[in-house]
Ligand binder design. Structure first.
Ligand SMILES: Cc1cc2nc3c(=O)[nH]c(=O)nc-3n(C[C@H](O)[C@H](O)[C@H](O)COP(=O)(O)OP(=O)(O)OC[C@H]3O[C@@H](n4cnc5c(N)ncnc54)[C@H](O)[C@@H]3O)c2cc1C
Length: 547
């Protein structure tokens, strides 16, 4: 990927076929699809790549057991179609990014024979819907088997469980990797470039976006023949920029997650099948933590949501009903929340009932193509449908996507044992080898090559984390990381692992970024101050102490 100043200059001077607004799962997927079909494509985001919903998901590459439940209970074949499509996409995600997506076993605890039969049958339908895209069949577990798989489960009244297999992935890294794959295919991309206006010709057709550099406040014009609105929960704002009379289409729903210490021996995820508000919650081993989520609450705006004390209490209350071990509020190590962009159907405003199906909307007058709704798991097929629509508007309807079988950056040649090569060839610890392989795949070697020039870069960013300083340099040079949070959250994940550890790491990250990006001492100090201040606000919102 080019440096940001270089990319900023180039994006303002070229004429593109397609300009994609928003670099979350939907936008990054659309940009890659368009570029790979031969369209000269530009991709911009108002923040960092995946800094909105796409780094705040439950990280499941799944058909959605919850949607299956709804489909069966309400004879809703639309939902069944969504589940089936996602199950097909799940396996493509696994094949195209094996370093970032893997299968994971889940256990549904059951407290009666009826539950065993109900969930056992439900999971058989899930298996059947997956067909030959199945990751492994479900089965009914005895009480002992359920406890063996999830040793923290409470034992009283437990009748057994149902196990099934689904997909888990690193959402932020997958989005960054999609963007990187796009840039490697000669796509032009810039982060922190907010579209503030759209320019039209005399017939009302869009011809350019006016975008503002968030750091310098300088405005640039990006010229293209087609425009894709992939602004996720902000899509209505972009639609209204193109055509102010359009009705709003999105309902926005906040979903919160908390992260807790992961107990020894817990390898399987727990599906909590029933909440007070008739939903399901997951407690999932994820990168050394127990990830618990999510809530579902309609919100008026898509602006950065915070996890509150009430959100955390709701999640802990439900988790503790199912576990023998009591999880306390002050054990929370980090948290995050995202806003679901749900397409509003006419009949319901209950957010937990809205389908996660996507819709491609074409505004005939301005030509804006909006991709609305959807799920992370279906990002590829959403992109395919969107770029099919774009291709039609560009008079190139005969183009076909190759994204079903397109290995993403770092995927080619990757195996689950690749970390051993890193340990052997670069003399790093097992924890660092595994961490690098799981974040960067085959590109880890490029990260570690930096340590040959400067062995200091092999040192940990902060004690207690497997991340090393070379990652900061690599992310600044090759992944357009330009803030402390870009590095610690979306590139290497330390912020999700532990907020307080991330605060400690901030000054080291800032020092390396300062050298790479030419910051003054004042800019470096301000960056640390801003970052630490953000985490302090999140800690306060959830009711935790800083120290
Ligand atoms: C709590 C929660 C849990 C979820 N769990 C799962 C799950 O386990 N599995 C699954 O498959 N799906 C899950 N989803 C759904 C999935 O995360 C979303 O469908 C997906 O991330 C949406 O991606 P997006 O690209 O459409 O939106 P976003 O990721 O929000 O991206 C939109 C981007 O547009 C940018 N933008 C906005 N306005 C402008 C502008 N004017 N100019 C430039 N850029 C702009 C934003 O900065 C943002 O980066 C979950 C969602 C939530 C909220």
């Amino acid at each position: 990927m080019k440096s940001r100043p270089h990319a900023l200059r180039d994006i303002a001077t070229r004429q593109f076929d397609v300009c994609v607004i928003g670099a979350g799962a939907s936008g990054a997927g659309c940009a890659l699809d368009a570029q790979c079909r031969g369209f000269q494509t530009a991709l911009v985001d108002a923040g960092d790549f995946a800094s909105a919903t796409s780094s705040a998901s439950t990280k499941l590459a799944h058909g959605g057991v919850r949607y299956l439940q709804q489909a069966v209970a309400e004879f809703d074949f639309g939902q069944l179609k969504v589940v089936r499509e996602a199950l097909r996409e799940r396996i493509l995600m696994l094949e195209n990014a094996p370093h970032l997506v893997h299968s994971l076993d889940f256990v549904v605890p059951c407290f009666s024979s009826f539950d065993l039969l109900y969930f056992g049958t439900g999971m058989k339908i899930y298996d059947w819907l997956a067909g030959n895209a199945s990751l492994g069949g479900s089965r009914i577990l005895s009480k002992q088997e359920a406890l063996h798989l999830v040793p923290t489960l409470r034992t009283d009244r437990l009748a057994g469980g149902v196990s099934y297999r689904d997909g888990q992935f690193d959402d932020a890294r997958l989005a960054v990797t999609l963007v990187k794959t796009f840039a490697d295919s000669a796509g032009e991309v810039v982060n922190y470039l907010r579209v503030v206006d759209l320019e039209k010709d005399s017939t009302g057709k869009l011809v350019a976006t006016i975008a503002e550099d968030v750091f310098s406040e300088q405005k640039i014009t990006i010229r293209a023949r087609a425009f894709v609105n992939a602004a996720g929960p902000f899509s209505d704002e972009v639609r209204l920029m193109a055509a102010p009379a359009l009705p709003r289409r999105l309902v926005r729903s906040k979903g919160a997650h908390i992260l807790l210490p992961l107990e020894e021996g817990v390898n399987d995820a727990l599906l909590i099948p029933k909440t007070e508000d008739g939903r399901v919650i997951f407690a999932i081993p994820w990168q050394g933590r127990l990830l618990v989520g999510t809530t579902d609450q309609e919100v008026p705006t898509a602006e950065e949501p915070m996890v509150t004390q009430e959100d955390a209490a709701y999640l802990l209350r439900h988790l503790n009903r199912y576990t023998a071990r009591h999880y306390a509020h002050d054990e929370i190590v980090s948290a995050f929340a995202g806003v679901r962009p749900l397409v509003q159907p006419d009949h319901s405003r209950q957010t937990k009932k809205l389908v996660r199906e996507h819709e491609v909307e074409i505004d005939e007058h301005s030509g804006l193509v909006s991709i609305l709704g959807g799920k992370w798991t279906t990002y590829r097929v959403m992109a395919e449908h969107t770029i099919d629509a774009v291709a039609k508007t560009l008079g190139r309807a005969n183009t076909r996507t190759n994204s079903q079988h397109l290995p993403l950056a770092g995927a080619t040649g990757y195996t689950a044992e690749y970390w051993r090569t890193l340990v052997r060839e670069y003399d790093v610890t097992e924890a660092t080898g595994r961490h690098l392989a799981e974040k960067f795949g085959m590109e880890s070697a490029h990260v570690l090559e930096l340590t040959k020039e400067n062995t200091v870069l092999k040192s940990p960013i902060v004690a207690g984390s497997p991340s090393i300083c070379a990652e900061i340099i690599y992310c600044a040079r090759h992944e357009m990381a330009v803030t402390i949070e870009d590095v610690l959250a979306r590139r290497i994940g330390l912020q999700y692992f532990d907020w307080r550890l991330a605060m400690q790491a901030a000054s080291v990250v800032a020092s390396h970024l300062a050298r790479e990006l030419g910051w003054s001492d004042q800019q470096r100090n301000e960056a640390i101050h801003d970052y630490v201040g953000r985490i302090e606000r999140w800690l306060a919102a959830i009711g935790l102490q800083t120290g």
